[in-house]
Design a protein around this ligand. Structure first.
Ligand code: 5HY
Length: 247
């Protein structure tokens, strides 16, 4: 199967790191096609960044319609543009936050999220509500590690995340940790060994869920609000992203 993996920010090194993490867990017959938007923020650390990231996701899914992915994974913990992407394709589309919440809720009665900037915690908290995980998610905790600093992935960074995770496990009385950034995918194995609890990397989980749905022949419903966007002219730099009249 062909899996379109979109990194909604525009950091090429981060796209490469996420693609490597995804390919490492993917089945041998899964080809990971990793892309990023042609415009937008190098990292997503707030509402303004997220607005452009969502448009970038819509761009990449629209452009991929030319070759037709079997599944799509959005590798940013805010799941930006998730619903727009589901309108734009009949393939299954998974956001790493939603996928991670589902996995965590099957492994522990309560989980905690450890993310990057404290100011983005509200974005994760709203996703918890939107996806209906209020009873399982016992806390969202920022480390104020900048997203692009994760690329260093050194002991200082891992130590900070480990410390925040230990605090969360004791304060929230939770049994699992959800990593709140796609850039943490490379740190999951080490954190799992150190913490001794399930540490959920949304990139890995979303790839496996995508493979499962695709293998079952299940895709996004085109009946109702996820139906293909209505034909519409877009103007300005977005002109190519408008939806043509169906022939
Ligand atoms: C992410 N930002 O996964 C989010 C994490 C965050 O550029 N990739 C980003 O801080 O919300």
């Amino acid at each position: 199967m062909k899996l379109l993996l979109i990194n909604p920010n525009t950091s090429a090194p981060m796209t490469a790191a996420i693609a490597k993490g995804a390919q490492a867990v993917a089945s041998s017959n899964t080809e990971i096609i990793a892309t990023q938007p042609s415009f937008g923020p190098l990292s997503i650390e707030g509402h303004y960044d997220e607005a452009f990231a969502a448009a970038g996701v819509a761009e990449q899914v629209k452009l991929a319609a030319s070759w037709g992915p079997d599944a799509v994974v959005l590798a940013c913990f805010g799941d930006p543009g998730l619903e727009a992407a589901r309108e734009a394709t009949s393939a299954p589309v998974l956001g790493i936050a939603e996928a991670a919440f589902h996995a965590a809720s099957m492994l522990a009665t309560g989980f905690s999220v450890v993310t990057t900037m404290t100011r983005t915690c509200i974005i994760a908290e709203r996703l918890v509500q939107r996806y209906g995980f209020e009873h399982q998610c016992r806390g969202v905790h920022g480390t104020d590690i900048a997203v692009l600093d994760l690329e260093d992935g050194g002991e200082e960074i891992i130590g900070q995340i480990e410390h925040a995770a230990r605090e969360a496990l004791s304060r929230d009385r939770s049994g699992a940790i959800v990593l709140g950034c796609a850039g943490m995918t490379t740190l999951c194995h080490t954190l799992t060994q150190r913490l001794g609890v399930p540490v959920i990397d949304g990139v890995a989980v979303a790839v496996k869920f995508a493979e499962a749905l695709s293998a079952l022949g299940l895709g996004t419903s085109k009946h109702g609000d996820y139906a293909t966007p209505l034909p519409k002219v877009y103007t300005g730099w977005a002109a190519p992203l408008g939806w043509p009249k169906a022939r």
